[in-house]
Design a protein around this ligand. Sequence first.
Ligand SMILES: [Zn+2]
Length: 315
Amino acid sequence: MRATAPLLVAAHEDCWEHRPFPGHPERPERLRAALEGAASAGATDVAVEIDEHAVLTAVERVHDGGLARRLREACAAAPAIFDCPDNPISKGTYRAAIAAVACSLTAVDAVLGEKAMGVFVPARPPGHHALRDRAMGFCFFNNVAIAAEELLARSVGPVAIVDFDVHHGNGTQAHFWERDDVFYLSVHHYPFYPGGGGADETGGGRGRGFTRNLPLAAGADDAIFTGAVAAGLQEILKTTVPRAWLVSAGFDAHREDPLGGMAVSDEGFAAIGTMLGQARGKSPLIAVLEGGYSLEALRRSVRAFLVGLAETAAS
Ligand SMILES: [Zn+2]
């Protein structure tokens, strides 16, 4: 692959169509903030076409078929609450969730087609809390887990997943718990929503040692948070040789975030981008948006992260 291949953005307007009730933090305007941040980092758009049948095939590698069907049917009767109080839905939520997966699959196509070494997916709704048969924590379909399974289905593995969202990615961890073809690293606020992610959770069966949780106390600043990411990346590289990298890129550890309770700055996210760029070497990387609920901090953090990532791609 060309080391200087451009940084792309895989987005779709249907991701606007998930409209929780007014005042919900996971609001459509997050998509615009993330897109503006990516554009200001010099990322360019790749076209996303939605093939619902292909999306559902990919979704069903991670979720029970009933989840997608239930969501589609529930949206017809929206507004409503779906599976848990955090997950209000609108008429367009199913369309948005399908589009978020389609963007993630387009990103896989782009990196495997050598169109890009790196793709940013401003997905909404986000995904890392979504369980096999249940939506939770603003998430419906687990975009990153689905992209990892798509890579593996195309014989691209092992895969590393780096989750720096301030919340533990319980859905992703659960899906890959007993797997040694995917390394799951999470750096997060702990104890905190959704409750798990202790350092003693390291995978089960043949997957033992392929899950690594680095829980951090409230108020972690750039030094603490980026230090944990660096330690986690070293552990990935000691344990496995990833052929592709996925990132659950949540920006809710930002000090301006209303939910996260941490103190990471724009520069901290730039440093994480640079570290990821160095760790992945010449392997492709797809960063999928998870949280980040201050629009202004989200815009700046996405830009900082992608600039940090792109620096290493150009060198
Ligand atoms: Zn989060």
